[in-house]
Structure formats: C-alpha cells, structure tokens
Design a protein around this ligand. Structure first.
Ligand code: ATP
Length: 263
C-alpha cells in the first residue's frame, strides 16, 4: 500500500478504446501530496488517455482500463463517477481550454462552483483568490470569454476548476497554442498555487522544457508505456533524456541506458 503522503497512484495501467485500439500498456507513477508531476511524451504517447483514466472519463469515450489500478487518496477511481471524484477533490482541466464563450469570465468562474455547497460569501472569497493568482482575469471579469485571448481562456478554465476547491488539479497541455510568455505566466501561477496552498498538480505537456522547469517530478511516456521517471531537475539536466525523449536536440544513436530506472 502507498504511504499517506501519496495522493495518486497509477500502477501498471493498460487501456484500450473500443476494445480494439491499445492506448496504454504499462503506465505507472506516483504523485506525492503537494508536488507537481509532469507527464511528458510526444503526440499520441498516451498522456491524455492517462489523464482521462485518472478522472474515470474513459468510459465516456468508449475506452476502458483492462489492467492495473489507479488510486486517488487510497480509493479506486474506477469505482467512482467522475462527478463524485470532483466532489472528492480531483478536478481536471481538459485539453483545449473549454470555456462558455457567451458567458463572461466571471460567470465562467462561478459556474465551476455550482454543485458544491458554498454560500455566496464563500464564492466571492474564492473569486478574489483566483483573481489574485490570475490578475488578468480580474481586469477581464466582465468580458465575454469568447472575446478574450487564448491565454486568458486557459486561465479561466483553470480558475473554474479551482472554484471546486480541488486537492489534486489535473491539466492536459495547458501550453497548447499559446505564446511562450503566456505559457510562463500560466506555469508561474500554477507554481504559486502549489507553493501557497499545497495543491497537488498532475500536468501533461508536450512542452517538456517549461514543464520540467516548474515540476518536482516527471514521468515520460512513449507509445503507451512509462519509460522513465525521476526528479524534474535531474531529468532536465540529462542530455541523453532531453535528446531522445523530449525532442530538444538531435537524438543519439542508441536510447539512453536504464530506461526504467528512477533517476
Ligand atoms: N477517443 C479515442 N478513440 C480511439 N483512439 C483514441 C482515442 N483517443 C486517443 N486514441 C488513441 O490512443 C493513443 C494515445 O492517444 P492520447 O491522446 O492519449 O496521446 P497524447 O499523448 O495525449 O497525445 P496528444 O498530445 O496528441 O493529445 C493514440 O494512438 C490515439 O490515436
């Protein structure tokens, strides 16, 4: 059994879509409370599938877990409905920053608190807290989301998730399609949230450079398998890992040794 300091355990998970397409065949990692874990890998490596499995969203896409276990706070996520997981503190921001474009930024944020038991005073307190983390949202609070920038929409999607007061925030490629400076702003805000509130964060990213800069720990996926895990700082410094898995340089002739080793 994992220790109490571990909020999420993903253990040797295998998953398919339509009982036919194998997306994952051996994904394992552990996320300790209060840490940021970056899930890295190329297009199609299985990052989104892993995140959907964590929130028990695969059945909605005709996907299923065929083997392995996923425990959130020691409980099997496949036994709980996605909405129950949200109420239990596991909240996901899906890829593609889904906002209600015809609602204002603030209305979008408030919609994230619907369903939780919160009095009006608590909701405005939470809004203020989110505006402190994302000052640009305070300026745009009365603007329709559809008229805000991509970065502001991503911040709104994250802010809406925060309205449910998560203990584990799961993000799928928050950097997608955004300018480098905006990506830095978003990761800085996530790091601040993590440090000031102890929020645990699982973030899937193709942008490994920025993710490794802000994460504590990282797991690399390749073709549906977790091939490497380790401290973000040590992974960032390993030239061979950067070159072979993270596409930051021309790959060496052979893959790095100790593929499954924890570095
Ligand atoms: N809804 C689906 N139905 C069938 N196959 C899917 C579905 N979603 C993903 N797949 C397949 O599962 C594999 C893993 O895809 P996944 O989206 O998890 O990877 P990813 O690392 O998140 O990539 P990306 O960065 O492109 O989103 C791929 O082969 C993909 O084609």
């Amino acid at each position: 059994m994992p220790g109490n300091d571990v909020i999420l355990v993903v253990d040797n998970v295998h998953a398919t879509y339509n009982h036919a397409i194998t997306a994952l065949h051996g994904v394992s990692f552990e996320l300790r409370r209060g840490e940021i874990l970056a899930l890295l890998g190329a297009n199609g490596a299985g990052k989104s599938t892993t995140l959907k499995a964590v929130s028990n969203l695969l059945p909605a896409e005709r996907g299923q877990i065929n083997a392995g276990t996923i425990l959130f706070d020691g409980g099997d996520v496949t036994r709980r409905r996605p909405g129950d997981l949200v109420r239990a503190g596991l909240v996901q921001v899906l890829e593609g920053r889904h906002c209600f474009k015809s609602l204002t930024v603030e209305e979008n944020l408030v919609s994230g608190g619907v369903g939780r038991s919160g009095r009006r005073g608590e909701i405005s307190q939470d809004l203020e807290r989110i505006y402190d983390f994302f000052p640009r949202l305070r300026e745009k609070r009365r603007t329709l989301s559809g008229l805000t920038s991509g970065g502001e929409q991503q911040m709104t999607a994250i802010g809406r998730a925060l309205m449910s007061r998560p203990r584990l925030l799961v993000l799928d490629e928050p950097s997608m399609g955004l300018a480098p400076l905006v990506v830095q702003d978003i990761f800085l805000a996530l790091k601040k949230l993590n440090q000031e509130t102890g929020l645990s964060i699982l973030v899937a990213e193709q942008n490994s450079a920025v993710a490794l800069k802000y994460a504590d720990y990282s797991t690399v996926l390749e073709n549906g398998v977790s091939v490497l895990s380790g401290g973000a700082t040590s992974l960032r410094q390993r030239e061979d890992v950067r070159a072979f898995y993270l596409g930051q340089k021309a790959p060496p002739a052979t893959p790095p040794s100790h593929l499954h080793a924890v570095v």
